[in-house]
Design a binder for this molecule. Structure first.
Ligand code: FES
Length: 116
C-alpha cells in the first residue's frame, strides 16, 4: 500500500471542504455573520466568526456551557441529556453538538458568552 504525502492529503481535504456548500450563520445579539461549510458545528462557526462561547469541555458535549437558542434555520443536532425539556421547548441547542445544514440564526444567551 502506497502512503500519501502530507501535501497530497492536505490538497485532498481542501478539495473535499471546497466541494461542500457553504451556509450563513448569524450570531445575535451582535449580528456577527460567518459562512461555513455544510456540516460545521455551531462551535466551529463561532470560532470562525470570532465569537467567544463558553466551551469548557472543548466540544465533547459534556459541560453544557455552549448553549445557544435557534431563532431561524435548520441544524442536525445530537440529542443531549445536558438540556432540560424546558430548554428544548425554547429551542436551546448545544453549539458543539449541532451541525449546520442550512442558513441559520442563533441567539447567544448571556450565560454562554465567555467572560474575559
Ligand atoms: S463545549 Fe461543552 S457541551 Fe459544548
Amino acid at each position: 500500500m502506497q502512503k500519501k504525502g502530507v501535501d497530497a492529503w492536505t490538497a485532498e481535504k481542501e478539495k473535499e471542504r471546497d466541494a461542500k456548500p457553504a451556509y450563513r450563520v448569524i450570531f445575535k445579539p451582535d449580528n456577527r455573520e460567518v459562512s461555513v461549510p455544510e456540516g460545521s458545528t455551531l462551535l466551529e462557526a463561532a470560532v470562525s466568526a470570532d465569537v467567544h462561547l463558553n466551551a469548557s469541555c472543548n466540544g465533547k458535549g459534556s459541560c453544557d456551557k455552549c448553549k445557544l437558542i435557534v431563532e431561524f434555520g435548520r441544524l442536525e443536532t445530537k440529542p443531549s441529556a445536558q438540556l432540560s425539556e424546558s430548554e428544548k421547548e425554547k429551542k436551546y441547542v448545544l453549539a458543539c453538538q449541532s451541525r449546520v445544514v442550512g442558513d441559520v440564526t442563533v441567539k447567544i444567551p448571556p450565560e454562554t458568552l465567555e467572560k474575559n
